[in-house]
Design a protein. Sequence first.
Lengths: 213, 255
Amino acid sequence: MKRLSRDEIAQRLARDIPEGAYVNLGIGLPTKVGNYLPADKEIFLQSENGVLGMGPAPAKGEEDWDLINAGKQAVTLLPGGSYFHHADSFAMMRGGHLDICVLGAFQVSQHGDLANWHTGEPDAIPAVGGAMDLAMGARSVYIMMELLTKDGRSKLVPECTYPLTGLHCVSRVYTDYAVFEIQPGGVVKVIDDCSGAGQEELLKLTGLPLVFD
Amino acid sequence: MAMVTRREDDSLKAGTRGRLSTLPAVIADMINKIVSTVQEAVAGIKDGSTVLVGGFGGAGQPLALIDALIEQGARDLTIVNNNAGNGDTGLAALLATGQVKKIICSFPRQADSHVFDGLYRAGKLELELVPQGTLAERVRAGGAGLGGFYTRTGLGTMLAEDKEVRTINGVDYLFELPIVADVALIKAKTGDRWGNLIYNKTARNFGPVHATAAALTIAQVDEVVSLGELDPEAVVTPGIYVKRIVRVQSQEAKG
């Protein structure tokens, strides 16, 4: 067995994004997916702060701080790209016009509930940003995360214990061990054992009644 | 028909403005929303005002207007912005003065939000946390004269507490109220004396939405052009929404 690195998870996820898809990459880990989109496919990247057709980061020294992504990093615009205001940007999400959004997670439940914005700790300052809008709006929500917490507990869980971002919204979970698909009725199917962990190990790690091909 | 008899001095000079230059030469008081200083731009903002502030992080943040508001000194303000200030300038500097009692935003906590963090933890600043798209739509609804809207965003989360849930065509939605404000402070790239605005790239963000929802919308712009120079097909904020424009030197805003 060989667990995937964060870059390899991004690379694995990028392979599943079809040509012509309208895609939003969340801040943090999901931003890495942009580095692995195949150059021979046209994929439209949307950013919540009002840009469609987002290109890669500019060369150092070429940054334009009026052209940034959701993570407030400098980006570029591809020919054919466009700008729009915030209400339009989120109408685009809620209206179901985005094919895929990629988000990070603290926890995903077997029913597709997502927790990714708040640890729930009393002294934590909550910050939600666009996570709830994306979770409920995009047609498919792909989660990218390491399967286990630092102390070895599965982040794929029967029920989320952290505060929720959205209910029944996750379609797939890409992890360092495997790719999971959330199916109706709380069924979690392993669609790619990309680490070679094997059925027994995945069942043990998640503690969920996983379904395999 | 006073409106159509007003005309541009510069359009006469150029002689290329078509219909306007053929009208009788009656000079009425010209509508001029351009003010010459940021102090004039923020004059009259009252204590207790709700102020919509444009910008997403640094992009589109009207730094000169915020600095002028600090100098002007209105207190007990409620600020609406996506964030709660970065570093020690702009919105963060305004928070640091103690002029703000409440902030309505989606993403206060950032690597460099130490001013907000300190005030919030000390209980000196009230926070209303709103999902980003709901925030934009609440302001849009305010500007559009709507009494609110139903959205799926936030359903089943702790941000749905105490909100009405309604089932429409078999789908549950949360009811969200509009936001209307006394003042909007926004940054645009170019404006004209009628208040028409265009923006620069992703610095557009909340600007056009905020512009619609305040009784007094004030824009700082990098440049002012004569009427007719902005392509009417490309005007993003029509002048009806804007009361005052002030040109300020372009400020580099990072991150």
